[in-house]
Design a protein around this ligand. Structure first.
Ligand code: ADP
Length: 260
């Protein structure tokens, strides 16, 4: 029968403390997946959400740089890692912080899976939304993520080119097979804004990801322009979403879509 009031209340309270994992994936590297993940997290923190970030991109862990926590090592208590506090109002942990500084990471599948578990099962405290920046493609880490820490949803990042889109479709299929709902597709590096004259051009084309999302029956979450300021601020550890400038706007809109 229908749940009673008491039962409904218990379900709601359980919901409140339940930590949702939102995975950010892409078919290939270099499309801006980490940039999008970092800025969604920062924007959610600005919106007052209790958010944390896991950098699971073992092949190119860049979140310490993006979130301004380079060189900070996490401490541990009772076998649990304590996340590192970033200056942008959110705790984070990166695969890079588990390796010796400057050491190249060449973990085999099972070790990488264990490292991922240490990050996801860290002491996240009252964090309600955990953004996980996945490695590109459809490998071991993605499978571990699906099997052990099933995300509540996934965001797929792609550039507008055909090749990137074909790879993105494979990532989408992987989440579908794992029964993880795809929240939507983000088109990054669409529309280059010339820093001199402000003219917009499309070095990688435009609209491809939106069309692909439509044909796959998935929501399109928005377009982020290729902009010098985004790269410069990101490299300096100042996420664009933390500023009130124009370069932060598309990320704030994206976070709204993810939050709902
Ligand atoms: P991925 O995680 O997909 O490998 P990154 O987020 O590391 O990609 O981005 C790759 C490079 O592109 C970085 O130098 C980043 O600053 C830059 N970048 C990403 N998105 C944009 C953008 N919209 N405009 C300008 N540079 C960008």
């Amino acid at each position: 029968g229908a749940p009673g009031i008491a039962e409904t209340r218990v379900a709601m309270m359980a919901d409140k403390v339940r930590r949702r994992i939102v995975a950010v994936g892409s078919g290939k590297g270099g499309v801006g997946k980490s940039t999008v993940a970092a800025n969604i997290a920062v924007a959610l923190a600005r919106m007052g959400r209790k958010v944390g970030l896991v950098d699971a991109d073992i092949y190119g862990p860049s979140q310490a740089r993006l979130l301004g926590t380079e060189g900070i090592r996490p401490t541990a208590r009772e076998n649990k890692l304590n996340p590192v506090a970033s200056p942008w109002g959110l705790p984070m942990l990166s695969m890079a912080q588990l390796a010796d500084p400057g050491q190249a990471i060449a973990w085999r599948g099972p070790m990488a899976g264990n490292a991922l578990a240490q990050l996801v099962e860290a002491d996240w405290g009252d964090v309600e939304v955990l953004i996980v920046d996945l490695p590109p493609g459809t490998g071991d880490i993605q499978l571990t993520m699906l099997q052990r820490f099933k995300p509540a949803g996934a965001v797929i990042v792609s550039t507008p080119q055909d090749l990137a889109l074909m790879d993105a479709m494979r990532a989408i299929e992987l989440f579908a097979k794992g029964k993880v709902p795809v929240i939507g597709v983000v088109e990054n590096m669409a529309g280059y804004v010339c820093p001199h004259c402000g003219e917009i051009s499309d070095p990688f084309g435009s609209g491809g990801a939106q069309a692909a999302a439509k044909s796959a029956g998935l929501p399109f979450l928005g377009r982020i322009p290729l902009e010098l300021a985004i790269r410069q601020d990101s490299d300096a550890g100042r996420p664009p979403a933390a500023s009130d400038g124009a370069e932060g706007k598309p990320f704030l809109a994206l976070a709204e879509a993810v939050a709902n």
